[in-house]
Write a protein that binds this ligand. Structure first.
Ligand SMILES: [Zn+2]
Length: 434
């Protein structure tokens, strides 16, 4: 494979604590050198990226995306979704199993991960924890793990039965992988289409309470504690897209007690509140829903103090005709891969004052660690050559019509972004250039 040089950039690598001018040599898909500026100038590379004035960082990692293939390729394909990922600076994405059919078999997983699907960046998957994500019978964890599963989840269909969740946590712990849980007690949210509160009251919509989220988080933490005691295992619970202060408090306390719980927050939950729904805007409808300002502040505090381990987009493309119906009938979810970095820098870096290194840790090093990708999420020599080069000062407005995603369902059409991706390199290949 041909060499790529990235010269004159500010290298920010949270994994090794580097934040200084360095030149980078990528060779055979690996980071081959990370040296003082000027020291690589005699190397003849096939491609050279001049990163003057730009930040050079480990490629972003998203542990929660929906790529809709197989079964709903009118919304997105693995090729278009990963092209959007590359444009957003992501070099690794983890696909959720709620495809059609549900990804619950080795054959399905292998089909999804096959090079024939045309993924532009590295694609991994978390298959379903139960057959058909029906919450009744566990899938074959051992066989799926052998075929590349990074963990297991029923994603939008949370595992409600204590006994099944317990069995899933134990089986995953034996393999050293997480169970990712969408925390929602669906007994409490039937017929609800947004957050409970004054906005739902004004719009005349039924609202989901914060207890619907925290009850499942608290239940799952109790199961972790019981399993550690009775089975002498250390199960790993990963809570998806946390959206409430109450659930965050439970996670903060569980971490204090030493339990293995991690969680992610989505850019829309730290950027918007349920006011963004305005006059029934279905592009502001997702699950968990946009919450009140107090909960947004709690997510920001969790990101700052380490209770939130990583940022994940929950990229969830839907076709225009599906979103263009009455609010209660429209499907949940928004696209997110091309707006995540711009929102993180605008909201977390400029407004909240988090360092670039902290934000890059939340978007690369830490998510890579959650799913045990030891050779990604770092620019250390020998790591896989996944790199994002971006202008941290660029101000621009996102235009949904320019998205690489097949779907345009985003509340951020026209929104201002801080920081723009200049180039994305996946395993030593330049897969996006501005
Ligand atoms: Zn999801």
């Amino acid at each position: 494979m041909s060499d790529v040089l990235i010269l004159n950039g500010r290298v920010v690598d949270p994994a090794s604590g580097i934040d200084e001018a360095r030149d980078l040599l990528l060779r055979d898909g690996k980071i081959a050198a990370l040296d003082k500026p000027g020291s690589l100038k005699n190397i003849e590379a096939a491609e050279t990226i001049d990163a003057s004035g730009l930040v050079v960082a480990p490629g972003l990692v998203d542990v929660h995306v929906h790529l809709r293939e197989p079964g709903q390729t009118y919304k997105e394909t693995i090729a278009t979704g990963t092209a959007a990922a590359a444009a957003g600076g992501f070099t690794t994405v983890v696909a959720m199993p709620n495809t059609m059919p549900v990804n619950d078999s080795v054959a399905g997983l292998e089909w999804m991960l096959s090079p024939q699907r045309g993924a532009v960046v590295k694609l991994f998957a978390m298959p379903a924890a139960t057959m058909g994500s029906m919450g009744a019978t566990l899938t074959d964890f051992a066989a799926l793990h052998k075929a590349g599963a990074l963990g297991f989840t029923d994603d939008g269909k949370p595992i409600l039965e204590d006994a099944i969740m317990r069995e899933a946590l134990i089986a995953a712990a034996r393999l050293g992988v997480p169970i990712s849980q969408h925390a929602e007690d669906t007994h409490l949210t039937g017929g609800c289409s947004m957050n409970a509160g004054p906005v739902a009251f004004r719009l005349g919509l039924r609202g989901m309470t914060i207890e619907a989220e925290s009850r499942i988080v608290e239940r799952d933490i109790r199961l972790l504690r019981e399993i550690e005691k009775s089975e002498h295992l250390r199960p790993h619970l990963h809570v998806q897209h946390i959206s409430t202060g109450r659930a965050l408090e439970a996670i903060r306390e569980a971490k204090r007690q030493g339990l293995h719980v991690t969680c992610e927050a989505a850019p829309h939950h730290f950027t918007l509140t349920d006011e963004a729904i305005g006059d029934y805007d279905t592009n502001a409808k997702m699950n968990p829903p946009l919450r009140a300002e107090a909960d947004r502040q709690a997510v920001l505090a969790g990101l700052a103090d380490g209770t939130v381990d990583c940022i994940a987009t929950d990229h969830a493309p839907h076709a225009a005709h599906e979103k263009e119906q009455e609010f209660e009938r429209a499907p949940n979810g928004i696209t997110g891969l091309e707006t995540a970095l711009g929102l993180a820098l605008r909201v977390l870096h400029r407004a909240q004052g988090l360092s670039l290194s902290k934000i890059l840790s939340l978007m690369s090093t830490s998510p890579a660690a959650i799913v045990s990708l030891a050779d990604r999420g770092s620019l250390a020599v020998g790591s896989i050559a996944d790199v994002v080069v971006f202008d941290p000062a660029a101000q621009w407005n996102f235009a949904a019509k320019d998205s690489r995603s097949k779907s345009k369902n985003t509340p951020f059409d026209g929104a201002s972004m801080l920081g723009r991706v200049h180039a994305t390199v996946s395993e030593g290949r330049i897969v996006f250039r501005q």
